[in-house]
Design a protein around this ligand. Structure first.
Ligand code: ATR
Length: 283
């Protein structure tokens, strides 16, 4: 690293298998920006001190992943409206000696769906499964992209209710228990945003949730996306899309915030997809 290199990092737990360092190294090579991007394992209790140590060592920007997205928002001096709205941050930018928090997940998801997959999201009756940090990061962007009625279903009711309250569109956005999803009719966009499949188990989901020609999206990628995409294909979803494209797009958005330069995502996506052929999308 040269003395003028930008020092960036990903904080989360676990982070060892994250693709983000690979993605940012590829963006750096493409744009000829000198940077380092390391993965730093930190749990909730150790996050504030790890972030302070990183800033003290010259760190100027970071990504934040689970389980730290809410905690990151609390550590910020300023928040972009898209992070403030739901209280979840995935991108930190050092500004005037304090952290500015933003959230690029929702923009990344919508860009992947509308540009890479050329999908029209407008008016789609939408189901989001899960109400944690991942769901909170993408729901506002889906609404801004023009989806129709949106249901958030969750195993426990408190987090789904809190998410719906934070959005403040009671005529359009509703919460339900995951166990009651069978009574909700069918959806043309179904987004899986739980962490359950990181342990290999997809919560029980009735096939009746999938309208004909539905799009099913998992915010997870890699092995954690396999159970939901298998469910979607068994239910004849027209598109079954994992979170790899969203990952690359949110990374590009973060890179742009840090460095003022937008990298091209298609070559990086193609490179990563080539190494994950079994996860190729159905469309
Ligand atoms: P993330 O940042 O990935 O969203 P999170 O904030 O810990 O992580 O949220 C995890 C989500 O997955 C929550 O919606 C959680 O449901 P609860 O709020 O009821 O805990 C959901 N989840 C995790 N394990 C699950 C399981 N086995 N079945 C159903 N939902 C599960």
């Amino acid at each position: 690293m040269t003395p003028t290199a930008h020092r960036l990092a990903l904080f989360g737990h676990p982070v060892a298998h994250s693709l983000s360092p690979t993605i940012h190294a590829a963006f750096a090579a493409q744009t000829a920006v000198a940077l380092s991007y390391e993965a730093i394992d930190a749990d909730i209790d150790g996050f504030a001190s790890a972030l302070a140590a990183f800033a003290g060592a010259g760190g100027t920007g970071a990504n934040v992943t689970l389980p730290l997205k809410h905690a990151a928002a609390a550590l910020c001096a300023t928040l972009d409206p898209r992070a403030r709205r739901m209280g979840v941050v995935n991108t930190l930018v050092l500004r005037d000696g304090g952290w500015h928090g933003d959230n690029t997940d929702g923009t990344g998801l919508v860009r992947d769906l509308t540009e890479r997959h050329a999908l029209d999201l407008r008016g789609r009756r939408t189901l989001v499964i899960g109400a944690g940090g991942a769901a909170a990061g993408v729901v506002p962007a889906l609404l801004d992209a023009g989806v129709g009625e949106l249901y958030i279903v969750n195993r426990s009711s408190e987090r789904a209710d809190a998410l719906v309250d934070a959005i403040g569109e009671p005529g359009r956005v509703h919460s339900r228990y995951l166990a009651d999803a069978h009574a909700l009719g069918e959806f043309s966009l179904v987004v899986h945003a739980t962490s359950a499949t990181r342990g290999g188990m997809l919560p029980p989901l009735p096939m009746s949730l999938l309208a004909s020609r539905a799009t099913a999206v998992d915010l997870n990628y890699g092995e954690a996306a396999i159970p939901f995409l298998a469910w979607a294909r068994a239910g004849n979803a027209l598109h079954a899309i994992d979170g790899l494209g969203m990952l690359v797009e949110q990374a590009a958005e973060s890179f742009t915030l840090w460095l003022g330069e937008r990298p091209q995502t298609d070559p990086v996506y193609a490179q990563l997809r080539a190494h994950a052929p079994t996860l190729a999308t159905a469309d």
